[in-house]
Design a protein around this ligand. Structure first.
Ligand SMILES: *[C@@H]1O[C@H](CO)[C@@H](O)[C@H](O)[C@H]1NC(C)=O
Ligand SMILES: *[C@@H]1O[C@H](CO)[C@@H](O)[C@H](O)[C@H]1NC(C)=O
Ligand SMILES: *[C@@H]1O[C@H](CO)[C@@H](O)[C@H](O)[C@H]1NC(C)=O
Ligand SMILES: *[C@@H]1O[C@H](CO)[C@@H](O)[C@H](O)[C@H]1NC(C)=O
Ligand SMILES: *[C@@H]1O[C@H](CO)[C@@H](O)[C@H](O)[C@H]1NC(C)=O
Length: 329
């Protein structure tokens, strides 16, 4: 800062002390915030970091790793944003020196394997690992009874998520596993997650769902299942979801839905149910959905675009436009 060059000695002295800031970064002392944005950093900027930093953002730089020792420089840290760097590894016990950290955002890095206890020690509430290269998650990354309320794991390469990993986060309200390669969500995975409000499983490879998967998540408000390979939905799977406002089932392989499937979804908002882009077969098995749509047209998203892919005689017809005779019911 310019004040360092000032002629008044004490002003200069305090000016220098209070304006410590890492080279290439911007410091905002009143907010205790440091931002290193799109600069040629290749390592964590330990030198000159104000000790009282509570928010640190390092984004669009070339740093490749971050360790427990690095974070010892900022013991008051509450939020650490590391968007779009080149992080490849994190050290085990990474957060031991930041006991107040509640938010960690690692979006857009190249993380693939993470070590033991990497997210332990801090009372993390928000953890974002979006758009990395992670293939396997491990329960040993987290402390027991983690305080996480928000976990975003979208855009990785997960084929499954271990039950014991999910069971470590009983306070979770938002779980985003979209854009992965998930083939299954194991039975009982979500049982302790009674506070879950949003569950996003879009863009995966799920071909079936366990009938009791959602039996404990009674406060679920948003459920995204689009862009999977679901060809069947268990009859009672949504039975407990009386708070659900939005359900997307579009872009799956559904021919029909079982009778009663939607009967308990009393909180669905207008256009809250997306059933488009499925290969509906318009025969007697459509009786339930046909009847539901007649009564709840406003709840369906673009209801006229829910069309038959078979039988041949009804191909491309809107389900809404059919008659009972055509459906043979
Ligand atoms: C952080 O410390 C600097 C001096 O190092 C001080 O100027 C600043 O006001 C402090 N910020 C907060 C929010 O306490
Ligand atoms: C990161 O490194 C690459 C290759 O060395 C360079 O082209 C790029 O400008 C660097 N990024 C920043 C933000 O300095
Ligand atoms: C990350 O990996 C590199 C190369 O394998 C290693 O030198 C470095 O110490 C590792 N950093 C951490 C924080 O584990
Ligand atoms: C969760 O937060 C509480 C209160 O801040 C804290 O006492 C507890 O240690 C935290 N739990 C974990 C596992 O960090
Ligand atoms: C579900 O939501 C209600 C109303 O918002 C709330 O009172 C209740 O505590 C929630 N249940 C759980 C398990 O979080």
């Amino acid at each position: 800062m310019k004040v360092c060059g000032a002629v008044v000695f004490f002003l200069a002295y305090f000016g220098c002390v209070t304006s410590a800031c890492p080279a290439l970064c911007q410091c905002y002392p009143r907010r205790a915030e440091v931002v290193c944005n799109e600069v040629p950093l290749t390592a964590f900027p330990s030198e000159g970091l104000p000790k009282n930093t509570s928010t640190l953002t390092i984004q669009f730089t070339n740093i490749t790793s971050i360790s427990e020792q690095d974070l010892n420089a900022v013991p008051q840290l509450k939020e650490l944003h590391l968007f779009s760097n080149h992080l490849k590894n994190l050290s085990s016990h990474l957060l031991r020196g930041v006991p107040h950290l509640t938010t960690l955002d690692l979006t857009g890095n190249q993380l693939s394997h993470l070590p033991l206890d990497v997210f332990s020690h801090a009372p993390l509430q928000i953890l974002v690992l979006k758009n990395n290269l992670i293939e396997k998650v491990d329960a040993t990354w987290l402390p027991d009874n983690s305080n996480l309320t928000w976990l975003d794991f979208s855009g990785n390469r997960l084929t499954n998520v271990p039950v014991d990993f999910l069971h470590k986060m009983p306070h979770l309200e938002n779980l985003d596993l979209s854009n992965n390669h998930l083939e299954k969500i194991l039975a009982k995975s979500l049982d302790p997650l009674t506070k879950l409000d949003r569950l996003n499983l879009r863009y995966n490879k799920l071909d079936s769902l366990d009938p009791s998967l959602l039996s404990s998540t009674r406060n679920l408000t948003y459920l995204f299942l689009s862009k999977n390979r679901l060809s069947q939905i268990p009859q009672n799977i949504f039975q407990e979801l009386t708070q659900l406002k939005h359900l997307s089932l579009d872009d799956n392989q559904l021919n029909s839905v079982p009778s009663g499937l939607l009967d308990h979804l009393n909180a669905l908002e207008d256009e809250g149910l997306d059933l488009t882009a499925n290969p509906w077969v318009c025969d007697g098995k459509m009786e339930y959905l046909f009847g539901w749509l007649q009564k709840n047209q406003n709840k369906a998203f673009l209801p006229e675009t829910i069309t038959c892919s078979g039988p041949q005689s009804l191909k491309s017809r809107s389900v809404m436009s059919l008659t009972e005779t055509e459906l043979k019911i």
